[in-house]
Ligand binder design. Structure first.
Ligand code: ADP
Ligand code: GLC
Length: 471
C-alpha cells in the first residue's frame, strides 16, 4: 500500500471539461481498489456541493509575496477521497478555466494556490509517498518542492510523478507572473520554467518530476518529435529515461450499453437488438426523421483545433453527398460552432447539432450512432473511441496517439494523413462495410469484446509508483 496524493484541476463527476476528469475520477478509484491509499486534491469550483463534506483544514493561508489567500479544505468521499480546496476569491466563479472559449486572467495564481494547498495538505493532513500531478495546472507542485522547499525534511522521501494529458496546454505566462506565484526569477531558471522570455509551468514539472507519463505509448513517441512536441520535444528526448506511455482505461461502470441509465434500451454483443432502439431515440432527440436505412455518424468533442473539425468543414460537401446522417455534440471555438450550426441549417433532415456540454446526450450518441468519427490532428489518448468500441459504434479515426493504439482493422477504420481526402476514404470504407450487415456485425462485436478497463492501466501506474517508492 502506497499513500498517493493526486493533484488535478478536473475529476469526474465533480468537475469536468474533458477526458482528464474521467481519468482522474476512475484512476484514483482503481488505484484504491488495488490497495493503495489515495486522496485527490481538487479546487472547490462553484457548484461543487459541500453537503456531507467534512472540514479537515481550516484557515489555510498561502502567501504569494504581499498577497495572502485563505482557504478551507473539505474532505468529500465520493468514489475516491477528495480534498476540496475552497478559496472563493479564486474558485467561486463561473467556468473551470474561464468564460466560454477563454481563460481567467489569474489562472497562474489559481493553480499556484492549488499546488501550495496540496503541499500544505501533504504536510498536515495526508502524508503521501507519491504526489501524482496531472497537467500544467498541477505542475507547480514539483517546482515548489524542488526549489523553495528543497531542504524541507518533510518531503525528502516524497516522489513526484507528472502525467501529461495534452502537451498542447502548458500554462505559459509572462515573467511578471512569477511575483504573483511566490517564485523569484532564479528559482524559475533553476526549475527550467523560464523559456522563450516567458514562464512555462509544464516545462518546470517536466524538468523536476521523478517520473513522467503520458496517456498512450504512441503519444510518448510522438511528443519527442518536432511535429508534436509543441516546442518541448528536445527536453522530452533528454528526459526519455523517465518518460513512459500508459494507455488510459475506460470506466465501464459509466460507459456500458448493458447498464447505461441514459440510453433507451440496453444491449450487448450477444444481443444487439437494443441498439436499433437507441438509434431511433437518438434521431428523435435531434428531431431528425426516424429511419434505419441510413448510417448515423456521431461526434462528441471539445470543438478545438486539436479535434480535426477543419477536415469535416473541408469535406462537408463530399460528406453530405453520401447517404448518411450526422449528429454532433460539442462546445468550444465559436468558429467551429458556427460552421456546425450552418451545416445543420443546410441539411435539417440529416444533420443534428447540439452546442453545449451534456453528459446524457453523449451517452445517447455513443449508443445510437452507427459510426463514431474522431479525425483528430493529434490525440494523446482519446476516450470516446474506447467508449464507442464498447457500444458497438464503429470508430473512424485518424491514426495518431491513443487512437492508433486502441483501434485496429478488426474493430474500426483509420486514416494516416491529416487531410480531408484521407478522412473521406476511411469514411467511405466504413459506409461500404455498414451496408454489408454480417461484416458490420463482426466489426461491432470485435470492438465490444475489447477490454480497456482501468484495472490493467492502474496496475501499470501501481508498478511505476512501487518502483519509485522502492516498495
Ligand atoms: P479530450 O479530453 O481531449 O476532450 P477525450 O476523448 O479524452 O478528449 O475525452 C472527452 C470526454 O469528454 C469524454 O468523456 C466525452 O464524452 C466528454 N465530452 C466532450 N465534449 C462533451 C460535450 N459537449 N458534452 C458531454 N460530454 C463531452
Ligand atoms: C486530454 C487529451 C485526450 C485524453 C485525455 C485524458 O484532454 O486530449 O486525448 O484522452 O486528456 O487523458
Amino acid at each position: 500500500m502506497i499513500p498517493i496524493l493526486m493533484v488535478a484541476s478536473e475529476a469526474a463527476p465533480l468537475a469536468k471539461v474533458g477526458g482528464l476528469a474521467d481519468v482522474v475520477g476512475a484512476l484514483s478509484a482503481a488505484l484504491q481498489e488495488l490497495g493503495h491509499e489515495v486522496a485527490v486534491v481538487l479546487p472547490r469550483y462553484r457548484g461543487i456541493p459541500l453537503d456531507g463534506a467534512q472540514r479537515v483544514y481550516g484557515n489555510l493561508e498561502v502567501w504569494f509575496g504581499p498577497a495572502c489567500y485563505r482557504a478551507n479544505v473539505y474532505l468529500r468521499e465520493d468514489r475516491s477521497r477528495y480534498l476540496l480546496v475552497d478559496c472563493p476569491a479564486l474558485y467561486d466563479r463561473p467556468g473551470i478555466y474561464g468564460p466560454p472559449g477563454g481563460d481567467h486572467p489569474d489562472n497562474h495564481v489559481r493553480f499556484a494556490l492549488l499546488a501550495r494547498a496540496a503541499i500544505a495538505l501533504a504536510r498536515h493532513v495526508f502524508r503521501p509517498r507519491i504526489i501524482h500531478c496531472h497537467d500544467w495546472q498541477a505542475s507547480l507542485v514539483p517546482v515548489y518542492l524542488r526549489t523553495i522547499l528543497r531542504y524541507d525534511p518533510t518531503f525528502i522521501a516524497t516522489r513526484t510523478v507528472l502525467t501529461i494529458h495534452n502537451l498542447g496546454y502548458q500554462g505559459i505566462f509572462p515573467t511578471s507572473a512569477l511575483a504573483e506565484i511566490g517564485l523569484d526569477p532564479e528559482a524559475a531558471v533553476t526549475a527550467g520554467m523560464s523559456f522563450d522570455g516567458r514562464i512555462n509551468f509544464l516545462r518546470g514539472a517536466i524538468c523536476l518530476s521523478d517520473r513522467i507519463t503520458v496517456v498512450s505509448p504512441t503519444y510518448a513517441r510522438e511528443i519527442q518529435t518536432p511535429e508534436l512536441g509543441f516546442g518541448l520535444d528536445q527536453l522530452l528526448r533528454e528526459r526519455s529515461d523517465v518518460l513512459r506511455g500508459i494507455l488510459n482505461g475506460a470506466d465501464y461502470s459509466e460507459w456500458n450499453p448493458e447498464t447505461d441509465p441514459y440510453i433507451a434500451a440496453h444491449y450487448s454483443a450477444e444481443d444487439l437488438s437494443g441498439k436499433a432502439v437507441c438509434k431511433q431515440d437518438l434521431l428523435a432527440e435531434f428531431s431528425l426523421p426516424q429511419q434505419s436505412e441510413r448510417p448515423v455518424i456521431g461526434m462528441v468533442s471539445r470543438l478545438d483545433w486539436q479535434k480535426g473539425f477543419d477536415l469535416v468543414r473541408e469535406a462537408a460537401g463530399e460528406l453530405m453527398a453520401e447517404d448518411l446522417a450526422l449528429v454532433v455534440l460539442g462546445t468550444g471555438s465559436p468558429e467551429y460552432e458556427r460552421f456546425l450550426r450552418e451545416l445543420a441549417a443546410a441539411h435539417p433532415d440529416r444533420v443534428g447539432v447540439r452546442i453545449g456540454f451534456d453528459n446524457r446526450l453523449a451517452h445517447k450518441i455513443e449508443a445510437g450512432a452507427d459510426i463514431f468519427l474522431m479525425p483528430s490532428r493529434y490525440e494523446p489518448c482519446g476516450l470516446n473511441q474506447i467508449y464507442s468500441l464498447r457500444y458497438g459504434t464503429v470508430p473512424v479515426v485518424r491514426a495518431t496517439g491513443g487512437l492508433e493504439d486502441t483501434v485496429d482493422e478488426s474493430t474500426g477504420f483509420k486514416f494516416r494523413d491529416y487531410n480531408a481526402r484521407a478522412m473521406m476514404e476511411a469514411l467511405r470504407a466504413a459506409l461500404a462495410a455498414w451496408r454489408d450487415r454480417p461484416r458490420w456485425e463482426a466489426l461491432m462485436r470485435a470492438g465490444m469484446k475489447k477490454d480497456f478497463s482501468w484495472r490493467a492501466s492502474a496496475a501499470r501506474y501501481s508498478e511505476l509508483f512501487r518502483e519509485l517508492a522502492g516498495y
